[in-house]
Design a protein around this ligand. Structure first.
Ligand code: ADE
Length: 488
């Protein structure tokens, strides 16, 4: 269920615009919910005024900070109350180990719809569709007092390089694009997957009856009944069309294909990079005969593999210098050394990569009840997980629903999760509970979860962590021949 909240001076425009057709049906089915909030209802001005002249002069009026702020706070409070209610309901239904989740008041993203934002895309729609609540703030007049934007807005988003009279239409455009990615909104779940942009290509041409129209026959392959041939033809049409109509999209698509092909020559060593691409979270910056450079968006890591030093240098030269929080994950020692010289990075973690290559998960260990971690578990995890990650990182992984644990007598005894770039990890069994199979049960659970999502489960083990290496062998993971280096 996705809850949209739109802060606007024209609530009917939004609610009426989104009440018909597929989105109207989705709202009735309970897949999405739309709340429109009239900012004017929150003004403290007795004439219900919400705008005023800009300091420093200039044309037009500006929306004032107070009504915008109060409207936004009211929405956040309603979200918190609903989540608390849902948390209680879920807690009552699930086992008694589950505590009530925290309100999560700070969690909702507030999207200011503005021509000054990053340009909305299918990729952004996919990312936003994972949220539970989205708050859209629609501006009018010449804009909104900057101070309230600084306090409440998490994302500035535009729908394109042109200026409209207000933010309502752009908000509706985004809500439409996001909604159709929410499970259950489209009737045929497939149709959100096989269309334009999803795999970086435009959709192929389609035909329906009659077989001949205005003397133009339907392409014969579509009447052949040969499914494989049809698929092949459609892919070729998609490629040709994208090349002609959107050359820049085609260039990105072919970089991705070249990268997959080169990285697949050593699948085990490159599972991290292959999965980043296949899960749709990579920007492939360069893909050459001899090396690949990609940027993994969730982790912000530059991932590189190169067959020789020359290629390594060429790939590294693509990375912007001067940014302070650069993070690298590289597959060769010469890249590690070159990064130390170029970017003055010294903190290196050397890892093995292990990959679960089977299709079926390891046998499920029924002895332990595994539950998702809650925000209040973050301190325990951070206190016991002796690795490079901050408490904020742990909290973010918990909020993403990617951390799990086993309890013993009401306290956390073991935990594990998946990292933002996709590897399984953060596995720790607290000392009193070791040697009972909790680690194995947790990792087997994570593997099964990854397989269900169609992913190849993998993990990275710090050099010298013998217990973890033994566990990986026991669970049937295969160790890649090369090492890899995380450099921060
Ligand atoms: N408000 C006015 N024009 C806009 C645009 N292009 N995108 C988002 N919000 C807007």
């Amino acid at each position: 269920m996705m809850h949209f909240h739109v802060l606007t001076l024209f609530p009917e425009m939004v609610s009426q615009g989104l009440s018909e057709s597929i989105l109207g049906r989705a709202a009735k089915k309970g897949c999405i919910e739309l709340e429109t909030v009239n900012i004017r209802d929150y003004t403290e001005n007795k004439h219900k005024k919400v705008d005023d002249y800009p300091y420093g002069g200039g044309a037009g009026m500006l929306m004032q900070a107070q009504p915008v702020y109060d409207a936004c706070e009211a929405v956040k409070e309603r979200i918190a109350a609903r989540r608390a209610r849902e948390g209680q309901a879920a807690g009552a239904e699930q086992d008694s180990l589950c505590e009530k989740p925290e309100s999560g008041i700070s969690r909702s993203r507030v999207i200011f719809v503005t021509p000054q934002g990053s340009v909305f895309s299918q990729q952004m729609a996919q990312e936003l569709a994972k949220e539970e609540d989205l708050i859209f703030l629609c501006g009018h007049y010449e804009g909104i007092d900057e101070r309230v934007l600084e306090e409440v807005v998490t994302d500035h988003v535009s729908i394109g390089d042109y200026v409209l009279t207000g933010g309502e239409l752009p908000a509706m455009v985004m809500i439409d694009a996001i909604s159709r990615l929410v499970p259950g909104v489209l009737k045929n779940e497939e149709s959100a997957e096989t269309e334009s942009f999803q795999d970086g290509l435009l959709e192929y041409p389609q035909y329906t009856r009659p077989e001949i129209w205005h003397g133009r026959p339907v392409p014969s392959v579509l009447l052949s009944g040969d499914h494989a041939k049809v698929e092949k033809w459609r892919l070729a049409q998609s490629q040709e069309r994208t090349g002609q109509r959107r050359p820049e999209l085609y260039e990105a698509y072919s970089r991705k294909e070249r990268a997959l092909s080169w990285l697949s020559r050593d699948r085990l060593s490159h599972t991290d990079m292959l999965e980043s691409i296949k899960r749709g979270q990579a920007d492939v910056i360069r893909a050459e005969e001899g090396g690949v450079l990609l940027y993994d968006r969730p982790s912000g890591a530059w991932m590189i593999s190169a067959s020789d030093e020359d290629m390594g240098e060429r790939l590294l030269s693509e990375i912007p210098r001067g940014e302070k929080d650069l993070l690298f994950e590289v597959h060769q020692a010469f890249l590690r050394d070159s990064i130390a010289r170029r970017f003055h990075r010294t903190l290196v973690n050397e890892c093995y990569q292990a990959v679960y290559t089977r299709k079926l998960p390891p046998p499920r260990e029924a002895r332990f009840a595994i539950r998702p971690l809650l925000e209040q578990d973050a301190d325990t995890v951070h206190a016991h997980y002796h690795a490079v990650h901050s408490r904020d990182y742990v909290l973010a992984r918990i909020r993403a629903g990617e951390m799990f644990g086993i309890e013993e007598n009401g306290a956390l005894a073991a935990f594990a999760g998946t990292h933002d770039e996709g590897s399984m990890g953060m596995l720790e069994v607290l000392p009193p509970f070791r040697r009972r199979g909790m680690g194995e049960a947790l990792e087997a659970f994570l593997i099964a979860r990854q397989l269900e999502k169609g992913r190849v489960p993998f993990c990275q083990i710090f050099d010298g962590n013998e217990p973890s290496l033994r566990l990986q062998r026991k669970l049937g993971l295969k160790l890649a021949s090369g090492r890899l280096y995380w450099i921060s």
